[in-house]
Design a protein around this ligand. Sequence first.
Ligand code: TXA
Ligand code: MG
Length: 354
Amino acid sequence: MHTQFINLNTLTKNEVALKLKEAADILKCDGLVAFPTETVYGLGANAFSEKAIKKIFIAKNRPCDNPLIVHIGNKEDVYNLAIDVPPLAISIMDKFWPNALTIVLKKKNIISSSASGGLDTVAIRMPKNEIARSLINFCGFPVAAPSANTSTKPSPTLAKYVYEDLSGKIDMILDGGACSLGIESTVIEVSNDSITILRPGSITKNMLKEVCENVILDKFLLTNTMNSKVEPKSPGMKYKHYAPNANITLVCGCSNKISAYITKCLIDDKKNNIKSIVVAPSEHIHNYANFTLLDIGSIKNLDEIARNLFTILRKCDEIFASKVYIEGFLECEIGLAIMNRLKKASGYTIINVD
Ligand code: TXA
Ligand code: MG
């Protein structure tokens, strides 16, 4: 299959609208279109078409029990997809949508069981990105879209990474530039009086607390879900994820001990002819002057680190690293989402040096 790659950044407003209409026509005919969102690029299909949904799972090589997020262009569209929308969910939508927040609700039958991974719920998000929302509105139906990467690879924050993973497997890639947040949406479940975070993202626990005091972290977020015998509520959390080809070791603890530990590993690897690199925040790069290093951004700006995270993981492959040591971050605010992705990328190879 030929994949059209459309660079929207060089087009006028009218030309962009024409291309988005073309993309919507592809989706109407059960094709697949990758598009930018504020979090990561999504691989879109008509959420009401069984045929199109099946194509997503094939193109991504995605396990069929991992349900898709359905993207809508207007808040009211929730009522076409979900039953029993609790008042708390409505307050949350009013406060946070459009943005990087996905709400899991009881589904209507119009959502097929292949889209919902066999669950009786559906995950819904209204994206903020203008291109994403215009595309959905041109379609006139909701767009199911997982991250537009091959399963297990880091989520794509640039269109070129979508092309690397999926060219020849999908109809069109819309290049809208770098994703502004760079980390996938927060996924929550809502009851009458509590919110459970199933996947952390840039809408943090403290932000959600502004709407409801009772915000719980799903217990699977605190453990290694990959070897757990109990099913996590968000099926995607149990799979290997976000991983480059290199073996990743996440090193946590106090800063001095981290750099001493990593330096020793880098020296040993060099002796053994192993191509290893270190990923560290800007403030710590001077600790690794003689080694190959990727700067993930300032530790004072965790939003920047979240934005760079997946690009850095992709770069590890671009420079053919076989081992990567990554300095850990504090698990508060968006640091929780960063560490969740890093733990998964490392396959839970975590060294605590304290
Ligand atoms: O930011 C995002 O959420 C991006 C952009 C494209 O919107 N999408 C994304 O989709 O990250 P995906 O498929 O890569 O991750 C969706 C996550 C998975 O962990 C999946 O298990 C969970 O959401 N999920 C989807 N439907 C669910 C449901 N009904 N119940 C619980 N978890 C669900
Ligand atoms: Mg994904």
